[in-house]
Design a protein. Sequence first.
Length: 101
Amino acid sequence: MTSPSAPVPRYLPTLTEVVNPPPSSDHASSTKNPIDAEQALADRIIERLMPAMQIKLREIVASVIHEEIRAMEPRLMQEVQSMARQTVSQALAQDVELNSV
């Protein structure tokens, strides 16, 4: 996986619902209103781009998750080492108590 060349934004917008425009049976009616024609064109472009955008979004999310895990690694390692030391200390204390009796 390649890392992005630009910094990845912390929060990414997500698409929660795909809305497909109703099929137009009459092309002439869509050209009567230029706003509707522009919207229809935008919808068709977005529909064509959606698979590539979904792939790119997955790559970006995977990269962000990977970076977050790498950033958390030292902190997690400290916690594990601290718990291991505490467990060993408790085990040694119990062993000393059992051997002194």
